[in-house]
Design a protein around this ligand. Structure first.
Ligand code: C2E
Ligand code: MG
Ligand code: MG
Ligand code: MG
Length: 288
């Protein structure tokens, strides 16, 4: 009897696995065609100076509107894209689209673009970045590339080489989700980062956890000592923002300051020099 139950449970488990694998394969196929079908888009989330409240830039965040399943979040489809190689075409589309849109909306704010470790491993990334900058006319100093520690862990020597090439173009580099990787401190010592993005898990806990607050404070001290500005991710409340002001954080990003929004909603607040044919701005100047 007990054995039967186990067998049944295993069968159920296996068919559930089959189901998951099938769904994943179907998504992988759909993803290959997502670009040409125009199903990908970028949302933009504002990055704000903590001491002044001014807008410093926007992070481009990829969205996939699947014809049947609707909006699929990047955490679900980027791993699939990395597995089947379509991340190369998708990553190039993201870079080109973000640079083109940023070049068209004004001439001051930075645009931050996320890169997958796979893009570092395969392509001549620096050459691609250079080509896209020339093609879109975006000033290199307005582009910031975000990478996580998983990129560095994959191949340290190669990553350092590519990062130096990219920086030589005048493009800046941010380390994303800082504090969650394997070798954070060593990473800071060896790589030429222009910004530290502190993972949002520390922000989420800061109001009730003295440990989280101590870690935020320590990273801010580290950033000051190394002369690297720190951006806190995941700021959702006024209290969190106030803590960052008191602790001397440089920049912040999160739902309290602005949710990721489609391009047309960014253009509305982008200032008068954006486009002549746009409707009058109806939103307040600060995104909330
Ligand atoms: P990330 O680069 O760390 O981006 C920040 C994520 O946190 C975004 O999720 C954003 O919507 C979310 N977020 C922002 N503010 C808050 C907040 O106050 N509270 C909470 N709970 N979340 C907040 P999203 O857009 O779902 O993206 C998830 C991850 O997918 C990104 O994390 C990034 O690693 C990856 N990703 C997104 N777009 C791209 C892309 O174009 N290429 C690559 N390779 N990865 C991307
Ligand atoms: Mg990011
Ligand atoms: Mg992050
Ligand atoms: Mg993240």
């Amino acid at each position: 009897r007990a054995k039967n139950d186990v067998t049944r449970a295993v069968c159920f488990y296996e068919s559930a696995m089959d189901e998951t694998a099938r769904a994943r394969r179907a998504l992988a196929t759909d993803l290959r065609q997502a670009i040409e079908r125009g199903e990908l888009s970028l949302h933009y989330q504002v990055q704000t100076s903590v001491p002044t409240g001014a807008t410093c830039g926007y992070e481009a965040l990829l969205r996939w509107t699947h014809p049947v399943h609707g909006m699929i979040p990047p955490v679900e489809f980027i791993p699939i894209a990395e597995e089947n190689g379509s991340i190369m075409a998708i990553g190039e589309w993201v870079l080109r689209t973000a640079c083109r849109q940023a070049a068209s909306w004004d001439n001051s704010h930075k645009i931050a673009v996320n890169l997958s470790p796979v893009q570092f491993a395969h392509a001549d990334l620096a050459k691609l970045v250079h080509q896209i900058l020339v093609e879109t006319g975006l000033s290199p100093k307005r582009l910031e590339l975000e990478l996580t520690e998983s990129t560095i862990v994959a191949d340290k020597v190669r990553t350092l080489h590519v990062l130096r090439q990219i920086k030589a173009l005048g493009v800046t580099i941010a380390i994303d989700d800082f504090g969650t990787g394997y070798s954070s401190l060593d990473t800071l010592r060896s790589f030429p980062f222009d910004k530290i993005k502190l993972d949002r898990s520390f922000m989420a806990d800061v109001e009730r956890s003295p440990q989280a607050k101590a870690i935020i404070r320590a990273v801010l001290t580290l950033g000051r000592s190394l002369d690297i500005p720190v951006l806190a991710e995941g700021v959702e409340t006024h209290v969190q923002l106030t803590i960052l002001q008191v602790e001397g954080c440089n920049e912040a990003q999160g739902y309290f300051l602005g949710r990721p929004k489609p391009i047309d909603q960014i253009l509305l607040i982008g200032g008068p020099d954006v486009r002549n044919d746009q409707p009058a701005a109806t939103e307040p100047a600060r995104m909330r």
